[in-house]
Design a protein. Structure first.
Length: 213
């Protein structure tokens, strides 16, 4: 269904403020459940902007019109510097401006939350949801990946390409012993054939234009 900004319906079941990572997913789930949803976004569309389409340029986005331009208050502990807090102000929010690293978090953290009383939040209980998100493009390394990774989900997830030897040594040194390559929490990258796959496109795309039939 194409979106005509001159013919916005008078009423919606639900209004979501902000089309970021969270808002987009919630919008899509509500649309799929049969609700009429309006998503309001303060930022612009951003489609076609090379700064957003090329994820390797994510560090430049903070100084662009696609960012809110927030800063921490200057403080003696930061040598009175007002350190920037990048926050996406564009369709897709920070999901459109981020570095596209796919982190699940460490399984032990989830299990600790469960043990502290967060029933249902253990890693094994969350794993089906993680797998449902993913369309894993990595190798099947002897079965472990199959059990831990999902296929056919909306997010393309792949192992990062092999780094140069020196970078590899530094990376492993830097993350060990918390992470080991192949662990379920090992950082992986989200791919879209080298370009950013924006949530509004794969989720509730475009805003207001994906209403139930
Ligand atoms: C530079 C950067 C790099 C990052 N890299 C990674 C990474 O590699 N991997 C990872 O997992 N995470 C990364 N993150 C974090 C991740 O992107 C965010 O945690 C996540 O996108 C936040 O989602 P959200 O829905 O909470 O908020 P957001 O995605 O920020 O969405 C909020 C939306 O609400 C809109 N909004 C705010 N106020 C209003 C208003 N009054 N009216 C209308 N709209 C409004 C904003 O414009 C924005 O679009 C990164 C974040 C940044 C900033």
């Amino acid at each position: 269904m194409s979106f005509d900004p001159h013919h916005i319906p008078d009423a919606f079941d639900i209004i979501i403020v902000g089309s970021g990572s969270g808002g987009s997913v919630v919008a899509r789930r509500l649309v799929d459940a049969g609700h009429d949803v309006l998503v309001l976004e303060a930022g612009g569309d951003g489609r076609g902007d090379p700064l957003l389409e090329d994820p390797t340029r994510w560090m430049q986005v903070g100084a662009s019109r696609h960012d809110w331009g927030h800063h921490y208050a200057a403080h003696p502990a930061t040598l009175n510097r007002a350190i920037p807090i990048p926050r996406g102000r564009v369709l897709g929010g920070c999901g459109t401006t981020n570095a596209m690293m796919w982190y699940r978090g460490h399984p032990a953290d989830y299990d600790r939350w469960r043990d502290l009383g967060c029933t249902g939040w253990g890693f094994a209980e969350c794993l089906p949801a993680f797998r449902a998100c993913e369309d894993w493009a990595g190798e099947d390394r002897g079965g472990a990946d199959c059990a831990l990774r999902g296929r056919g989900g909306p997010l393309k997830v792949a192992p990062p390409p092999p780094p140069p030897p020196r970078a590899r040594a530094e990376r492993v040194e830097g993350v060990s012993p918390c992470f080991r390559e192949g662990d379920p929490s090992w950082p992986t990258s989200r791919t879209g054939r080298g370009t950013r796959r924006r949530k509004p496109y794969s989720g509730a795309s475009p805003v207001g234009g994906h209403r139930r039939a």
